[in-house]
Design a protein around this ligand. Structure first.
Ligand SMILES: C[S@@+](CC[C@H](N)C(=O)[O-])C[C@H]1O[C@@H](n2cnc3c(N)ncnc32)[C@H](O)[C@@H]1O
Length: 267
C-alpha cells in the first residue's frame, strides 16, 4: 500500500508520530496483550510505552542462552520479557529508529536488572548494524507494517539469523482493502493499519528472503474501536474510518497475528 505514499514521507510521518505520543499511553494496550504475571516481570516504564499489537515472546519458545533481536523495541516491554527467558548467558539486541525509544528501553532494562544481557542499538530495521548469521531469534511487535521498505526489513531479518534461526513476529495484516482516504492518512500509517500487508503478500515476502515453515496464526480481529485505544490514531482518522469503512467491516478492519517462520538448517 506504500504505492499511495512516498517512502520518505512515510518514514517521516512514522518517526514524527512516535516522537510525540504521550507517556502512559501504553497501559491500556499492555493490559490487553500481556497476562498479569508477564506484566509483573517488567517495570512500569516499559508498560507505559507498550504500543504493540500482540505478544511475540509468548510464542517464541525462547531458551536460555539464545541471542534475540527485537526490531522496533519501543519502550522495551518485549526486550525485557525476552531477556528474562534467555537468562544471563543470552543476549537481546533491542533496535529502534528513535533515540528516545532506545533510551527508554535502556532505562527499563536497568530497572528490570537485565541490562547485562540487553544491548540497545539505535538503527533502522532496514539497515541493521549486526553481523550475518549471529542471531537465534527475531522478534518484533507492531513494527514491520510501519516500514515503507518491508522486503528490505525482512531481508535484514533473514541475513542476521543463523541457519535454523527463528522469526516470531506480531503484526497486523489487512486483507480487505481500506478506503484510499484511510490508506493515505499519516495517523493510519503510524497506527499500523495503512501499511499492513495482506497475509498472502506477507507469506510471499518471507518466502522470497529464504524463510521456510511459514505459519501465520493466533488471528484476532482488530476493530475501529480497538484502533481508538491507540494514541497514534487521531480523532479525525477514527471518524473517517467510522464514516468510510463499510459497517460490516468495522469490527475487523485488520487482523492481529503471529507470523512464525525459520531459516533452513545449514546443509
Ligand atoms: C508500534 S511501536 C511498537 C513498540 C514495541 N515493539 C512494543 O510492542 O511496544 C513501533 C516502534 O517501532 C519503531 N520503528 C518504526 N520504524 C522503525 C524502523 N524502520 N526501524 C526501527 N524501528 C522502527 C518506532 O520508533 C516505535 O518504537
Amino acid at each position: 500500500m506504500s504505492d499511495l505514499m512516498h517512502q520518505d514521507r512515510i518514514r517521516d510521518i512514522v518517526r514524527g508520530a512516535y516522537r510525540t505520543i504521550p507517556s502512559g499511553a501504553g497501559e491500556v494496550t499492555a493490559s490487553r496483550l500481556y497476562r498479569p504475571e508477564e506484566l509483573a516481570e517488567v517495570p512500569d516504564l516499559a508498560i507505559a510505552w507498550s504500543l504493540g499489537v500482540g505478544n511475540p515472546v509468548r510464542h517464541a519458545d525462547l531458551v536460555e542462552g539464545e541471542v534475540v533481536i527485537d526490531l522496533g523495541c519501543g519502550g522495551g516491554i518485549d526486550t525485557i520479557l525476552a531477556a528474562r527467558r534467555v537468562g544471563p548467558p543470552g543476549r537481546v539486541l533491542a533496535v529502534d529508529t528513535l533515540p528516545e525509544m532506545c533510551e527508554r528501553t535502556e532505562r527499563a532494562a536497568a530497572e528490570a536488572g537485565v541490562a547485562d544481557r540487553v544491548e540497545v542499538v539505535h538503527a533502522e530495521m532496514e539497515d541493521l548494524p549486526v553481523l550475518d548469521d549471529t542471531v537465534d531469534v527475531v522478534i518484533s511487535n507492531g513494527v514491520i507494517n510501519l516500514s515503507p521498505r518491508k522486503s528490505r526489513a525482512l531481508a535484514e531479518a533473514s541475513r542476521v539469523l543463523r541457519p535454523g534461526g527463528r522469526f516470531c513476529v506480531s503484526d497486523l495484516t489487512v486483507d480487505d482493502d481500506l478506503p484510499p482516504q484511510v490508506l493515505t492518512s499519516g495517523a493510519a500509517w503510524a497506527g499500523c493499519i495503512a501499511g499492513a500487508l495482506s497475509e498472502e503478500v506477507f507469506t510471499t515476502k518471507l518466502t522470497n528472503v529464504g524463510f521456510t515453515d511459514i505459519h501465520l496464526g493466533e488471528h484476532i480481529p482488530f476493530s475501529v474501536d480497538d484502533a481508538a485505544l491507540y494514541p497514534l490514531f487521531t480523532d479525525e482518522v477514527i471518524a473517517l474510518m467510522r464514516e468510510l469503512v463499510p459497517p460490516e467491516q468495522q469490527a475487523s478492519i485488520a487482523t492481529s497475528l503471529i507470523a512464525r517462520a525459520r531459516l533452513p538448517e545449514a546443509a
